[in-house]
Design a protein. Structure first.
Length: 309
C-alpha cells in the first residue's frame, strides 16, 4: 500500500488558490492517496472539516491510516464525486467553502496490475475505479458491438483508427474472448503503425476506462452541482489530465462566468444575467519542470480554478 505515497500533483498551487478558511468546510472529491487532503487539513482548525470522497475503497482505507492524526477534522465517504450533493445533504451540509477534483488515476491504480488499467501488464481488462460496480473493461471489449466500440474509441480516445481497431476486436472475438490487457494490446498493435503505437494504446485504454467509469458525465454533474454547493467566495479547483476533461472544465467555467448571453441576432437584444463564477486562472496552471522530474505522471496535468460569486 506504500505505492499510494506519491507526490500530489500541483499541491502548492491547489493550496494557494483554495486559500483555505481555517473554520470552513472543504470537499476533496478524489481522495486518492490523501496528499492534497493532507495539505488542506494542515490549514483547517478544529472547527473546520474536510470531507473526502473516493470510489476506490482501497484509497479510503489507506487515507484513513495516513490521515489518522486529523481524524477529528475529516470524514471519509466511499462514493462517486458525482453524488457529492446527495451525500452532503445526508450529512446536513448545505454549503461548502471549497471543492477539489483531481481527475487522474492514482499511482496505486496504475501500478497494480490486477486493476487492469495499464496495457503494459497482462491481466484481466478491469479498469473499474469502484471494484463493486458490475461493468468493467472486459464487458465493454467483449460485449459491445462494432459501432458502439468505434464510437467510444473516437469520442473518448480521439483515435483516428477507431473503426479499424473496433473491427479487429470483433474479428478476434468471433474466435475467442479477449481476456487480458495483453490480448487487447496485441489487437491494437496489429491495427496501427509502430510509429504511433504507444499513443494509440494509451488512447484506446483511456477510452475504455472513461466508458467503464462514466467519467465525463460524472464530471459534468459534479461541476453543475458545485454551483449550488459553493457559498459566495468558495473555490472550485479541478486538475485534468487530457483534453476531453480540460475542455469540459474550461467550457463550464467560461459559461458560468458570463454576464451576457448573445442573442445571435442584431435585432434581438442580448440577455443580461448574473455571472455565477469568476475564473481565477485565465490559463491553466501546469507543473514546473522540477515537479515533473519528481513526479513524471504530472506532466499532462492542468489546474483550473474558479470562485463562486
Amino acid at each position: 500500500m506504500d505505492i499510494f505515497y506519491h507526490t500530489p500533483v500541483l499541491v502548492d498551487a491547489v493550496t494557494r488558490y483554495l486559500s483555505v478558511n481555517p473554520d470552513g468546510i472543504y470537499v476533496d472529491g478524489t481522495l486518492g492517496g490523501g496528499g492534497h487532503a493532507e495539505s488542506i487539513l494542515t490549514n483547517i482548525s478544529p472547527k473546520g472539516k474536510l470531507i473526502g470522497f473516493d470510489m476506490d475503497i482501497e484509497a479510503i482505507t489507506f487515507s484513513k491510516t495516513r490521515l489518522g492524526k486529523y481524524k477529528d477534522k475529516i470524514l471519509f465517504i466511499h462514493g462517486n464525486f458525482s453524488n457529492i450533493k446527495q451525500h452532503l445533504n445526508n450529512l446536513g451540509v448545505d454549503s461548502i467553502d471549497g471543492l477539489l477534483l483531481d481527475l487522474g488515476l492514482s499511482s496505486h491504480q496504475i501500478d497494480d496490475a490486477l486493476r487492469g488499467f495499464s496495457f503494459r501488464e497482462g491481466n484481466r481488462i478491469d479498469m473499474r475505479m469502484d471494484r463493486e460496480q458490475q461493468i468493467d473493461g472486459w464487458k465493454v471489449i467483449n460485449t459491445y458491438d462494432q459501432n458502439r466500440l468505434t464510437d467510444i474509441f473516437w469520442k473518448f480516445g480521439e483515435e483516428r483508427n477507431s473503426r479499424r481497431i473496433a473491427k479487429h476486436i470483433i474479428e478476434r472475438r468471433d474466435k475467442r474472448q479477449i481476456e487480458s490487457t495483453e490480448d487487447l494490446a496485441e489487437i491494437i498493435s496489429s491495427s496501427t503503425g509502430k510509429q504511433y503505437l504507444n499513443k494509440t494504446l494509451a488512447r484506446i485504454f483511456q477510452a475504455v476506462r472513461i466508458e467503464v467509469n462514466n467519467e465525463l458525465e460524472n464530471l459534468r454533474k459534479a461541476l453543475k452541482d458545485s454551483i449550488e454547493l459553493l457559498r459566495t467566495g468558495g473555490k472550485i479547483a479541478v486538475i485534468s489530465y487530457h483534453s476531453l476533461e480540460d475542455r469540459i472544465v474550461k467550457d463550464f467555467f467560461k459559461e458560468e462566468s458570463r454576464s451576457v448571453i448573445s442573442s445571435g441576432n442584431k435585432y434581438i437584444p442580448d440577455i443580461q444575467r448574473n455571472a455565477l463564477l469568476k475564473v481565477l486562472t485565465k490559463k491553466p496552471i501546469i507543473p514546473s519542470e522540477e515537479e515533473i522530474v519528481v513526479n513524471p505522471r504530472a506532466r499532462s496535468a492542468k489546474l483550473r480554478v474558479a470562485e463562486r460569486l
